[in-house]
Each structure stands twice: as structure tokens, then as C-alpha cells.
Design a protein around this ligand. Structure first.
Ligand code: 9UX
Length: 68
């Protein structure tokens, strides 16, 4: 497993946090996801054989939030 912290822009309330959390929990290969508003970030643990960081970032971006 690999754990990474992704800084997320555009999350303004706990509803946003829930939306991002849902996206991450539903992403194949992600085994654990913690999302916080302050700081606005996600701590994601995933199986590198099943998911990659860019794919995870794209999913967050597709949900309407900003990732570097
Ligand atoms: Mo809160 Mo976020 O009303 O997309 S859910 S701003």
C-alpha cells in the first residue's frame, strides 16, 4: 500500500468533504481515505497495483475540485 496526501482546492463546506470522500471510497484500489476541510486535503491509501496517483487526482478533479 501507498499513502499520499493530496491538497485540494475548492472545498468550502463539509458537504464538499463528503463528496470527495465518496469519490475516493468508490475508487478501485483505494483502501482508505480521510478528507479534511482544514487543511483542505485528502490522505489516501491505495494499492499501487490497482490505482495510481494521477487517476485518483483526475477523479477528484472530475468531481469539481482542484488538484495540483
Ligand atoms: Mo457545500 Mo461543496 O454547500 O460542493 S457541498 S459548497
Amino acid at each position: 500500500m501507498e499513502t499520499t496526501i493530496i491538497t485540494i482546492g475548492g472545498m468550502t463546506c463539509m458537504g464538499c468533504v463528503g463528496s470527495v470522500k465518496r469519490v475516493l471510497d468508490g475508487f478501485a484500489g483505494v483502501t482508505q481515505a480521510e478528507v479534511t476541510l482544514q487543511p483542505a486535503q485528502a490522505t489516501v491509501t491505495f494499492d499501487p497495483a490497482k490505482a495510481n496517483l494521477q487517476g485518483i487526482k483526475n477523479a477528484i478533479s472530475d468531481a469539481g475540485y482542484d488538484v495540483a
